[in-house]
Design a protein around this ligand. Structure first.
Ligand code: CMC
Length: 392
């Protein structure tokens, strides 16, 4: 195979150069365009961070207002796209609903098909950022059998999403500022994470010159899996499972250590962070405060705290550098906000969207861009002769 090297899971292979996000996994550092995640989480907002990721700089007031206004104006879905939601089974998982609707955007906006038309790329960017919250809210409304709400474009992105999700037509909806701020902050923390599975997928699909909608739809499907975005739902299912069996944290940890098939400590471990996940640290700090304000005390929080303490002092986890990741506590916060477990990964998708867009655009602008085409190490048969069916 000559110069081909084998690297399953791309543990050691960089697929691109990028100016967007810097991670130092040993030191627990995460920066978007040079700005530390801690500073962005406490001072910025999700729309501003989206601008920063996509365009490379923090916006001036004028740039911010123009961008926020465009994102606000594109929130409505085409009535025919609304009808898609009638066709899905009511108990459908919302992630494939989300990816299907995003894929369908290419059918409604056929001018978006040329990925080199800068004006169309701008439009697709604004449309995606504006419409994904509406699509997500409709996936939720469909699952609970409630009427859809049209967006109210006097509201900000997160407020509008919360209203379309939890509000009712013709009834005023008071957005809880604690909830809106917490969700906005969680979106910031999820907004980019360089070459994770879904972002690499967006780049790989885009490298064939597929448009932004098709590439993002593929990214949503990559995020669906439990080792990636699906982990936030899986953490809650794990905590509920432990609780249903009497809350015995020790015996659960033993099962994890014995590597029982399908039993992992969900929300722990990361390919890049081998010290701690800086996002988890921020989330843990706010989880307590948010849970207290929103949901009273959840017995699952107790289990999570015990589980974390137990794992952090256990040789199995210490030797393997396994620490809580971004998803260990988010599920508890989303639950306190009233989201059903199945919906948590949709919230991850809403947060990760600006990162996907930024990477797709960076790749398209890169003169060194090449179609993604990994090599392989062939391990099958050598040449053999065809055997007629009656002789097999
Ligand atoms: N529970 C128990 N053992 C684990 C865990 C875990 N959560 N994570 C890793 N290990 C073990 C693994 O079995 C292996 O052990 P050994 O050396 O004995 O074979 C060792 O630690 C190294 O793990 P790995 O699977 O080689 O590491 P990876 O970099 O390929 O996988 C991961 C990273 C995140 C997929 C993995 O840690 C995992 O499955 N975690 C649980 C799922 C999860 O929380 N995912 C969310 C990731 S953060 C959000 C996102 O970006 O999607």
């Amino acid at each position: 195979t000559g110069l081909v090297t084998l690297d399953p899971g791309f543990v050691n292979t960089a697929a691109c150069e990028s100016d967007i996000t810097y991670i130092d996994g040993e030191a627990g550092i995460l920066r978007y365009r040079g700005y530390p995640i801690e500073e962005l989480a406490s001072n910025s907002n999700f729309v501003e961070v989206s601008y920063l990721l996509i365009y490379g700089e923090l916006p001036t007031k004028e740039q911010y207002e123009d961008f926020a206004d465009r994102v606000r104006r594109h929130t409505l879905l085409h009535e025919d796209l609304r009808k898609f939601f009638d066709g899905f089974p009511r108990d459908a998982h919302p992630m494939p609903v989300l990816s299907s609707a995003v894929s369908a955007l290419s059918t409604f906006y056929q001018d978006s098909l040329n990925p080199f038309d800068q004006q169309q790329v701008e439009l697709s960017t604004h449309r995606l950022l504006a419409k994904l919250p509406t699509i997500a809210a409709y996936a939720y409304k469909k699952s609970v059998g409630q009427p859809f709400l049209y967006p109210d474009n006097s509201l900000g992105l997160v407020e509008n999403f919360l209203r379309m999700t939890f509000g009712f037509p013709a009834e005023p909806y008071e957005v809880d500022p604690t909830m809106a701020r917490a969700l906005d902050m969680l979106f910031i923390l999820h907004a980019d994470h360089e070459q994770n599975c879904s972002t690499s997928t967006v780049r790989m699909v885009g490298s064939s010159e597929a448009n932004l909608f098709a590439s993002t739809s593929a990214g949503i499907n990559a995020l669906f899996g439990p080792l990636h975005g699906g982990a936030n739902s899986a953490v809650l299912e794990m905590l509920e499972g432990i609780r249903a069996e009497g809350g015995d944290v020790d015996s659960f940890v033993e099962r994890v250590k014995n590597k029982e098939p399908g039993v992992k400590l969900m929300g722990f471990g990361h390919r890049v962070y081998k010290n701690y996940d800086p996002r988890a640290r921020i989330i843990k700090k706010t989880a307590d405060e948010v849970l207290e304000k929103l949901g009273g005390d959840d017995p699952l929080l107790d289990i999570a705290l015990k589980l974390e303490e137990r794992a952090l002092s256990d040789d199995y986890f210490i030797e393997r550098n396994l620490y809580p990741n971004v998803d260990f506590y988010t599920g508890l916060i989303y639950k306190a906000m009233g989201f059903p477990t199945k919906f948590f990964t949709v919230l991850f998708a809403l947060g990760r969207l600006p990162g996907w867009i930024a990477h797709w655009r960076e790749m398209m602008d890169d003169p060194a861009r090449k179609i993604s085409r990994p090599r392989q190490v062939y391990t099958g048969y050598g040449e053999r002769s065809y055997v007629p069916m009656n002789e097999r």
